[in-house]
Design a protein around this ligand. Sequence first.
Ligand code: COA
Length: 277
Amino acid sequence: MTDNPNVATFRVENRIAWVSFNRPDKRNCMSPNLNRRMGEILDELEHRGDVGVLVLKGEGSAWSAGMDLKEYFRDTEAQGLGAIRKAQRESYGWWRRLRWYQKPTIAMVNGWCFGGAYGPLYSCDLAVTADEAQFALSEINWGILPGGGATKVVVDLMPMRDAMYHAMTGELITGKKASEWRLVNESVPLVDLEARVTELANVLLEKNPVALKATKDAIRRVKEMTYDNAEDFLVRAQEAANSFDNDGRKEGIKQFIDDKTYKPGLGVYDRSKQGAN
Ligand code: COA
């Protein structure tokens, strides 16, 4: 258990798990306690039947102001190498869990997003930000390099020149700019943010969950493969997914070819009929 379980919270509503960074007075910066609690929450939600999508948001004016400079860095370093490695395991650990999470995930970036927060941002499959949110790799401003994966995140997501500029200047960019630079999928006015994320979550909730998990993993895996390796991996990944749910794709084909009730190019098959014949 964590010392204070309220540093991260969640509620489940209409099959969407809304998970919150919940240290608004500290701009949701990530302490060891918060990282531990996030790990517990991910464990608790991952295989729940009433959860189809996970949204990661922040309470108050921040999404997350990155690592807690006091509790994660200074206090932990004062306890020695064992404590440093443990804090790293706990933070990197929940981000890694999130990258390969069973459910699809959406980052809903409602405000400040700095440094270490790029880790969980990247871990979420999709990201929508408020135009008004502000992003920066601020590490250079306090004298370190963007560690904890943050450098890798910007190099993976952004063109090299933008990544270099972003990391070397530490300048703030708005949500709109973050969207142009592909740190996120899209940017909308803050007043519309929750509605847009709910709409996107509902699109995902209609899809076959086995296919979604296989797809999101495949996108991350093939990025670093040669074409031939990817081709081979994808054959095997599809066959493995079929062993979890072979009826889904058969039903998808049947509703298009035989029943003519939908067109896959224009919409999704009706999963409620799956297994009915
Ligand atoms: N680590 C530790 N404490 C932090 C923090 C962080 N990353 N970010 C915010 N806080 C704390 C502040 O110290 C302050 O604590 P206090 O109330 O005990 O004095 C509190 O959160 C509120 O922060 P404040 O700076 O007063 O809020 P603001 O709204 O004026 O500014 C930020 C918000 C995010 C611009 C500013 O807090 C900031 O620059 N934070 C650091 C961001 C950063 O560089 N993160 C990268 C870490 S890898």
